[in-house]
Design a protein around this ligand. Structure first.
Ligand SMILES: Nc1ncnc2c1ncn2[C@@H]1O[C@H](COP(=O)(O)OP(=O)(O)O)[C@@H](O)[C@H]1O
Ligand SMILES: [Mg+2]
Length: 379
C-alpha cells in the first residue's frame, strides 16, 4: 500500500497543508522544529488512531484552534481509499472512509498499516513500561484492527472500576458487589488482550531474532511478556495454554488483590500493568546490553513488524523513519535500507541529505520544510 496524498488542517504547526506523494521513497528535509515529525505523526495517526508522542488528541490541534483534520488518499491492492479524521474535542472524533462515517475504529484503521521508527524508539528498552505497552498495542492493531476496540473497551472498564474504587475510600468492609462485576468484565476483556499479545509476540520474536542474529552475527534475542497475571512468559515458544487459562488466572489474581486494590484505590494488576522485556543470550538487555546492542534490538523489532504485517495482510505497510538514520552506524543503516526493499513506501525525515548514498537520493522524492511551508525540491 502507499499514501498518495496528505492534507492537514490545523494539525500541529500546519494551518493548511496539501501534499502529493508520487514516489515510494520520500525524504523530508528540514531544520529542527520545522514540523518533520508532525508530518509523520499525522500519517501514523491514520494507522493507529494514536499519536506517536501526544498523550491526548487535543495536543494535535494547532494552538488557538478548536479542531483539526487529517485527510489522506491511500492506494491498497490497486484500490483508492479516502480517509478522513476530524478531531474536535470534547466531541468524539469523526472517522470517514470514502466519505462514509465509521463508528468503529477498527473499520478505519484496517485501511492503512504503518510502522514508525523514531529516535525515541531507540530508548524503548530503557523507557517506561507504558512506552513498551504503547508500542505493543499499536503494533498489534496494524495487523489485527479489532484489537483496538478490545483495548478501548478494557480501558473503559478499568476507568469505571478505578472510579468505583475511589468511591469506596479504602473501606474494605464496604459492599463490594459492584467491584465484582467490574472485575469479571475486566478479566474477560483483559485475558483476551493478553492472549492476543502473547501470540503476536511469539510471531514477532521469531522474525526479530532472525534479524538480530543477521546484524550481530552471534547473538540470540528472546522476548518475554511480563504479566502481572500469569508471570513471565518466554515468547520464543508458542504459549501452551488457551484464553480460558488466562481468564481463570485473571479472576483469581483480582480476587487475591481485592483488599490491596480497595486500600490503594487503583487497579494494581491486569493487562494495563504488563510489560515486555528483551534478552540477549539469556541476559536482560535492559541491564546488560550496550547502546549498540539495544539499537540492534529495536531495529530488529521494527523490521520484524514490517515483515509480519506483510505476511498477515499481504501488502507492505508504510514505513516512517523519523530522524533515526543519523542515529545508526553504517552497519545498521545499511542493514535497514537494504531490508526495506523497493516495494515498501518509506517516508524518511532528516535534517540533511548527508546520511544517504547518492544512489538512494537519485530515486527519492524530496520535500523541504521551512517556515511552516513544505515544498518539493531536488537533491
Ligand atoms: N499543537 C501545536 N500547535 C502549533 N504548533 C505546534 C503544536 N505542537 C507542536 N508545534 C510546533 O511544531 C514544531 C515542532 O515540530 P516537529 O515536527 O517536532 O519538528 P521537527 O521534527 O522538524 O524537529 C515546533 O515549532 C512546535 O512549536
Ligand atoms: Mg522531529
Amino acid at each position: 500500500m502507499f499514501i498518495k496524498s496528505l492534507k492537514l488542517k490545523n494539525f500541529r504547526n500546519y494551518c493548511d497543508l496539501d501534499l502529493d506523494f508520487n514516489s515510494k521513497k520520500i525524504l523530508i528535509i528540514g531544520k529542527n522544529a520545522q514540523g518533520k515529525t508532525n508530518l509523520l505523526e499525522a500519517v501514523y495517526y491514520l494507522s493507529a488512531l494514536d499519536s506517536i508522542r501526544a498523550k491526548s488528541d487535543s495536543e494535535l490541534i494547532k494552538w488557538g484552534e478548536e479542531f483539526c483534520n487529517i485527510k489522506a488518499e491511500i492506494k491498497k491492492f490497486d484500490i483508492d481509499i479516502d480517509l478522513e479524521i476530524n478531531i474536535n474535542p470534547p466531541n468524539r472524533k469523526k472517522l470517514k472512509v470514502n466519505g462514509l462515517n465509521k463508528n468503529k475504529s477498527s473499520e478505519f484503521i484496517s485501511n492503512i498499516s504503518a510502522v514508525c521508527f523514531t529516535v525515541n524508539d531507540l530508548l524503548l528498552l530503557r523507557g517506561a513500561p507504558e512506552d513498551r505497552r504503547k508500542w505493543l498495542n499499536n503494533a498489534i492493531s496494524q495487523i489485527f484492527p479489532a484489537y483496538i476496540e478490545r483495548l478501548n473497551k478494557y480501558n473503559k472498564i478499568k476507568t469505571q472500576k478505578n472510579n468505583y474504587l475511589k468511591d469506596l475510600k479504602g473501606n474494605i468492609n464496604a459492599d463490594t458487589s459492584m467491584l465484582d462485576i467490574w472485575n469479571e468484565q475486566l478479566a474477560i476483556t483483559g485475558s483476551n488482550l493478553i492472549f492476543i499479545r502473547l501470540n503476536f509476540l511469539h510471531e514477532l520474536q521469531k522474525i526479530a531474532a532472525e534479524k538480530h542474529k543477521q546484524i550481530s552475527n552471534t547473538e540470540n534475542l528472546s522476548v518475554f511478556y511480563n504479566s502481572s497475571i500469569i508471570g513471565d512468559i518466554n515468547c520464543s515458544e508458542k504459549f501452551p495454554y488457551n484464553n480460558e487459562y488466562i481468564l481463570e488466572n485473571f479472576k483469581q489474581k483480582l480476587e487475591e488483590k481485592k483488599p490491596e486494590e480497595i486500600i490503594r484505590a487503583q487497579s494494581v494488576v491486569g493487562a494495563h500493568r504488563d510489560d515486555v522485556s528483551f534478552y540477549i543470550n539469556d541476559n536482560d538487555a535492559k541491564k546488560f546490553a550496550s547502546q549498540g546492542q539495544q539499537r540492534t534490538i529495536v531495529l530488529s523489532l521494527k523490521l520484524a513488524e514490517l515483515e509480519l504485517i506483510k505476511e498477515k495482510i499481504h501488502t507492505n505497510a508504510i514505513l516512517l523513519l523519523d530522524d533515526v538514520l543519523a542515529e545508526l552506524d553504517d552497519l545498521r543503516q545499511n542493514f535497514l535500507l537494504d531490508a526495506i526493499g523497493d516495494e515498501t513506501q518509506t517516508i524518511i525525515t532528516s535534517v540533511d541529505t548527508l546520511h544517504f548514498k547518492e544512489e538512494y537520493l537519485k530515486n527519492v522524492e524530496i520535500f523541504e520544510i521551512k517556515d511552516n511551508t513544505v515544498f518539493k525540491t531536488n537533491f
